[in-house]
Design a protein around this ligand. Structure first.
Ligand code: NZQ
Ligand code: ZN
Length: 395
């Protein structure tokens, strides 16, 4: 087990009806004027926004609205948010939505508290000083990115050509409080539910695989999470208003990316690093759908470097019998089982299903590797040739 620091300070308020507590919780954190930040309109349609504003008003808080965050949130819109908050004297940002809205809120907060363009940090791998925290809260509406408890903020710079998607990793972007009511995810489409299932599994797997250090307890926690998500995903896609299934996905979303499933291990996140350039250059690609295509191909390509771990995953999560004489067969069967599961829940497993053709590959690979100068760290370094080979497995 490697040395580690575990700090997950986001206060989670979970369950039915938690919206009524929003106003008092925000007021207790010093809020007086709130930016209500949301996406393309689902929160208006479902009536959630009305519940949130009622709670703020009841607690004596004023607010200003900024809706319209698009999936894969864009820097130009974040700039608008920073300007609006300055003009309106906002002292708290409440993200009502999923990963895109939360990440947009986090980036606006970074801009406000540092006085710098958040891209300055995302593009250089730097982060704000420890005491530069702008208070952000979350009312989660989709179980997927885990941004509600994570220390990451992933944004797309649409002011560059081509667009670039990159993240800020810093304790300063962890939300202070998250309101998690599974009922608010009943309206998530089957497709987006599937994307969420994949993303939750990936946040767990990216820590389970590739990291240095063994930690038996952490791995058992990760396996339990993945088995629970596998089953809950099936149910939620079949019965969107199954409370227990939605609750399992929601809690798993938070736990999969608040570092619990990585304690005692290092992390590399190669499949995310392969995916982000795909959705940066092809905005219509949902993050979870990109991962669902890339993970099985990546796993097939690198499995040989950690047969034991891939076989363990296959056995404990995907119910594949362990072949002690030929563990590579078990490992390969696990990847197949996972791929079949992705197909079962309606997720793509081929690049062509994302609308990509071989003509698109070179640009994505150039962005992924910074023109073949910066490999994706994995079991081995993945330069352009290795990524091309992975794409060939995903065609
Ligand atoms: O915009 P609205 O109308 O709300 O519709 C959204 C959007 O179209 C819809 N949706 C959300 N809640 C809904 C709903 N539709 C009906 N009912 C509801 N209750 O779902 C669509 C996708 O929303 P989005 O926020 O984009 O999804 P997700 O949570 O998957 O977030 C994806 C973004 O998060 C980033 C991804 O790269 C991507 O940009 N990530 C952020 C991470 C982090 N900060 O820790 C980690 C992740 O690995 C990921 O990279
Ligand atoms: Zn992710």
């Amino acid at each position: 087990m490697q040395n580690f620091t575990y700090c997950a300070p986001t206060k989670v308020i979970f369950g039915r009806g938690v919206e009524s507590q929003i106003g008092t919780e925000l007021r207790a954190r010093g809020a007086s004027r709130v930016l209500l930040h949301f996406g393309g309109g689902s929160v208006r349609k479902t009536g959630l926004l009305d519940k949130v504003t009622a709670s703020l008003t009841e607690a004596g808080l004023s607010y200003v609205e900024l809706g319209g965050v698009s999936p894969n949130p864009k820097l130009s819109f974040i700039h608008q948010g920073i300007d609006l908050c300055r003009k309106e004297g906002v002292d708290f940002i409440l993200a009502v939505g999923g990963g895109s809205v939360i990440d947009s809120a986090k980036a606006i907060g970074v801009g406000l508290v540092t006085g710098n363009d958040p891209w300055q940090y995302a593009s250089t791998g730097t982060h704000p000083e420890d005491d530069q925290v702008f208070p952000v809260g979350v009312v989660l509406t989709i179980s997927a990115a885990g941004s509600e408890m994570s220390n990451s903020d992933v944004i797309t710079n649409d002011l560059l050509t081509p667009w670039v998607k990159q993240g800020i990793t810093s304790e300063t972007v962890r939300p202070l409080v998250a309101f998690l009511n599974p009922e608010n995810t009943f309206t998530v489409s089957k497709f987006q539910t599937g994307c969420g299932v994949v993303d939750i599994m990936m946040h767990t797997l990216e820590r389970y695989l590739t990291g240095e250090g063994d930690c038996a307890l952490t791995e058992r926690i990760a396996e339990a999470l993945m088995v629970s998500v596998r089953e809950a995903g099936r149910i939620a896609i079949e019965h969107p208003d199954d409370y227990e299934a939605r609750a399992t996905l929601m809690w798993a979303s938070s736990l999969s990316h608040n570092d619990l499933t990585g304690c005692g291990k290092t992390r590399k996140f190669p499949v995310h690093k392969l995916e982000h350039p795909v959705s940066a250059l092809h905005d219509s690609v949902s993050h979870g759908a990109g991962l669902s295509v890339l993970f099985p191909a990546w796993a097939q390509y690198v499995m040989q470097y950690d047969i034991a771990k891939f076989a363990q995953l296959a056995n404990r999560v995907w119910d594949c019998p362990m072949d002690f004489d030929y563990p590579e067969r078990t490992a390969a069967a696990g990847i197949d089982a996972m791929k079949r599961y992705f197909t079962e829940i309606g997720m793509p497993t081929h690049l062509s299903e994302l609308g990509l053709t071989p003509a698109d590959y070179d640009d994505i690979i150039a962005l992924t590797t910074k023109n073949n100068t910066r490999p994706v760290k994995s079991y081995i370094d993945l330069y352009a040739d290795e990524i091309r080979a992975i794409y060939a497995l995903a065609e």
